[in-house]
Design a binder for this molecule. Structure first.
Ligand code: ADP
Ligand code: ADP
Length: 233
């Protein structure tokens, strides 16, 4: 069975004046170890869809199932990495930021959490900066910390919302390579949101192409040519 099943999901925001339909009856699956990309123009509802999978937003129609159970809220089984770099705690060092996620998300005691944190900080090549504070790091480095922090809690599905969009082109490419290396080392399922076709093609086994607002699934593209990770709809 798929790890994630998104079934007929319609998502709306209710503001004081109106109701905005962000996605309309979206269907897709994600399989264990699969790198799945959500691609579509700005405003088509990609972030909103990711929030629903993360458990931050409830569908008005349809449902999101994770491991066969309806998603009711956020959980450490679904880790999230955002576009903005300001998601690290500024008063904590790199090591403390990663360790804190382990303490909060998985209930790991502090000493042990810090040890495990160092292991994941090494994976993103930041060992020398373990005791540095976030404001001393570049954007790319901060995103590597955010990725380490996410991986450290060992989520079964990693949700990434345009994590490299605000980086310069060279750094973005390096980060894409590093993410692929991390995946090769121990494959995780990821749902990666982007509006860049290049990025989608580089990172995805499959690409869910959404139509402009309100987002609907327009096409599902299989890119690995193997089709072993899941059926193409
Ligand atoms: P994308 O991530 O593809 O750029 P979003 O999911 O951010 O798209 O937005 C989808 C639609 O929902 C857009 O029309 C956007 O303006 C609207 N929207 C997003 N967030 C909110 C919000 N908090 N309140 C009202 N409308 C929103
Ligand atoms: P994205 O990178 O997903 O396109 P945006 O720049 O469209 O993000 O939106 C940034 C933030 O503003 C998001 O948290 C989104 O939910 C919120 N937002 C977007 N559109 C609206 C809206 N019409 N009303 C209120 N909040 C919105």
């Amino acid at each position: 069975a798929p790890l994630l099943e998104v079934r007929g999901v319609t998502l709306q925001y209710t503001t004081r004046e109106q109701r905005v339909t962000a996605t309309w009856r979206v269907d897709f699956d994600a399989w264990a170890g699969e790198r799945l990309v959500l691609l579509g123009p700005s405003g088509c509802g990609k972030s909103t869809l990711l929030k629903a999978v993360g458990g931050y937003l409830k569908p008005v129609e349809g449902e999101v199932q994770f491991r066969g159970k309806q998603v009711h809220g956020p959980g450490p089984d679904r880790g999230m990495v955002f576009q903005e770099f300001d998601q690290l705690l500024p008063w904590k060092t790199v090591k403390q930021n990663v360790a804190f996620a382990l303490q909060e998300g998985r209930g790991v005691p502090r000493r042990e959490a810090e040890e495990q944190a160092l292991h994941f900080i090494a994976k993103v090549k930041l060992s020398r900066f373990a005791d540095a504070y976030p404001h001393t790091l570049s954007g790319g480095m901060k995103q590597r910390v955010a990725i380490a922090r996410c991986l450290a809690t060992r989520p079964e599905l990693i949700l990434m919302d345009e994590p490299f969009a605000a980086l310069d082109a060279l750094t973005r490419q390096q980060m894409q390579d590093e993410l692929l290396e991390l995946w090769q080392e121990s494959p995780f399922a990821m749902l990666f949101v982007t509006h860049s076709i290049d990025e989608a093609v580089r990172l995805g086994h499959r690409v869910i192409l959404l139509s402009p607002h309100p987002g609907r699934v327009k096409e599902v593209l299989a890119l690995d040519g193997k089709g072993e990770l899941g059926p193409v709809q």
